[in-house]
Design a protein around this ligand. Sequence first.
Ligand code: NAD
Length: 250
Amino acid sequence: MTKLLEGKVAVVTGGTRGIGYAIVKTYLQQGAAVVLCGSREQTARAALEKLRSELPDARVDAIWPDLSDEKAVKTAFDSVKEKFGSLDILANNAGISQNCPLDQYTEEEVDKILNINIKSVFVCAKVAAAIMKEQGGGVIINTSSVVSFNGQGAGCLYPTSKYAVNGLTRSLSRELGPFGIRVNAVAPGITRTDMLSVLPDEMIKPLIERIPLRKITEPQDIANAYLFLASDLASCVSGAILPVDGAMVI
Ligand code: NAD
């Protein structure tokens, strides 16, 4: 069977674990060369070694630029193009969650979440789009969240940041479409990753009851959506925010 991403080159931010790791693995299995981004050299190298042992024939590498620093991201993404010949897909996935009540937010917490969940997503899209424009096209996929539709009860800046991701996705799909660049987002529901493990059980159980499919989303479910959107099967799909959440309404 033909692989869906044969000949493509992808960068996956937040690729060391969770949803990002599942995207990296799926893209590799579908024939792409993949460069994963980690927040630290140590975790990026560890993920790289794991992938190389799981998929010995895969074309995979790792980088760890500060994603909010445009110069660092440009140097890193240029090196991907130089090494692999192009940058066709950006999976703009790195992000953090918070469940802090409004009156307990410190300025440091505010900066931290806005920096990774909004600024870094913007910077990576900006740098990747410049390369994609030059080569005549590409695909950018951002990770949003189910909470980007109705917010959440505490940790208001997390949904706020994901509303921004949706706004960026819709806007860039309009700005970059004429250059052959598709821009979409995937909005995961409650997904089984480290991000979920920080939430207390009493917060998770009632949420599952409210999911019509009565199950937690697996990282592979999200990676499958990322695969579809990156592939030519989605060649006319741009500006979409695709929920993968078991029909959850929160
Ligand atoms: P995770 O905590 O398992 O992984 C997060 C990834 O982001 C890691 O690879 C980490 O290295 C990277 N990252 C975090 N801060 C970074 C920084 N400052 N610089 C560079 N990289 C950084 O979480 P996950 O659940 O896999 O989350 C991935 C994406 O999915 C996030 O954008 C998150 O908001 C979104 N999401 C997750 C869920 C869920 O239930 N797990 C639901 C909706 C949306």
